[in-house]
Design a protein around this ligand. Structure first.
Ligand SMILES: O=C(O)COP(=O)(O)O
Ligand SMILES: [Mg+2]
Length: 308
């Protein structure tokens, strides 16, 4: 309807907004920066998502955040009053485990990441290393002396790891020195959306460290990789043209929507700013044009009055 026009939804007439709301049957929504920031719901986002469901629309939550399993996200949604089943939540930790399962992987995984990944690997019966701090306070030669590489390791998964460290980068890169060792990244988001004076390193920071040292590029399972959406379209018989992708980050959420032929709604409560978008709108680079949303809002909750 408003293909890549960057239309501000609230400047439309009531009828035009209703026509837009009736133009999709399925909603895929990003989480961090759209629905919540950390453990705080973003103004009325839960009321809007629950109302979409009451109006008969299919709803799926697609997050690049690998720190939680689907089960843990289902608990978080319940606590924050978002109605949803575990099967409607796709986290990048789940995607990483699903990808290795589909590859018939039967060795052990070295994880740079957290318990979202260990739980999802456990769910599919894939062996893995532990997560948590791995620090060193000695010299590099002494550190290396103390490391015995595990010969069972056949893949490295890099996800969000607040305990990222020199020893972890060294070990992951050493395993990846074997070209047969798979290199999987959950996502490459550069920073976490957190409206504060601090910049929180996103998973892209951890991935870049290992990628640089290992001299190899990972297979990235999260947005904007279309892997998950192709699976959803097939499994739930979704019509891409009548699907809305809602996101706060254009180089993952909106780009995914563009690649899958979905309609796209950008909300300004997370990472991408309106200035970013207006700069891309002036650009003649196709890559930047692909980042443009169809429509945008200051926050998802602004839709509530139109969903009566
Ligand atoms: O984990 C992130 O960096 C972003 O997560 P999101 O995809 O839910 O916005
Ligand atoms: Mg987000």
């Amino acid at each position: 309807m408003y293909h890549k026009s960057v239309t501000y939804l609230l400047q439309l007439t009531k009828d035009e907004i209703n026509e837009f709301l009736n133009s999709f049957d399925t909603v895929l929504t990003d989480c961090d920066g759209v629905l919540w920031l950390n453990n705080n719901v973003i103004d009325k986002a839960n009321l809007v998502m629950n109302r979409f469901r009451e109006l008969g629309k299919k709803v799926f939550f697609i997050t690049n955040n690998s720190s939680k399993s689907r089960e843990e996200y289902a608990i978080k949604c319940k606590e924050l009053n978002f109605k949803c089943d575990k099967e409607e939540i796709i986290s990048s930790a789940y995607l990483a485990a699903d990808y290795l399962k589909n590859c018939g992987f039967n060795k052990k995984v070295y994880i740079v990441g957290s318990t979202g990944i260990t739980q999802e690997l456990d769910n599919v019966g894939i062996k893995h290393t532990d997560v948590g701090p791995d620090v060193h306070c000695t010299t590099v030669p002494k550190l290396i002396e103390g490391i015995k590489l595990d010969q069972e390791i056949g893949a490295v998964i890099v996800g969000f790891d607040e305990h990222i460290s020199f020893p972890k980068i060294l070990k992951a890169s050493s395993y990846l020195n074997n070209p047969d060792c798979l290199f999987v990244a959950t996502n490459t988001d550069e920073q976490f959306p957190l409206n504060s004076e601090f910049i929180i390193p996103g998973t892209g920071t951890m991935v870049a460290a290992v990628q640089t040292c290992a001299g190899r590029k990972p297979h990235v399972v999260g947005k904007p990789n279309t892997y998950i959406c192709e699976a959803l379209v097939k499994e739930h018989n979704i019509n891409p043209k009548r699907t809305l992708m809602i996101g706060d980050r254009c180089n993952t959420d909106i780009l995914l929507g563009t690649r899958c032929g979905f309609q796209t709604l950008l909300v300004l409560t997370g990472v991408t700013t309106l200035n970013d978008v207006m700069e891309w709108k002036q650009s003649d680079s196709q890559d930047e044009q692909d980042l443009l949303p169809d429509v945008y809002l200051d926050k998802l909750g602004d839709l509530l009055p139109f969903l009566k």
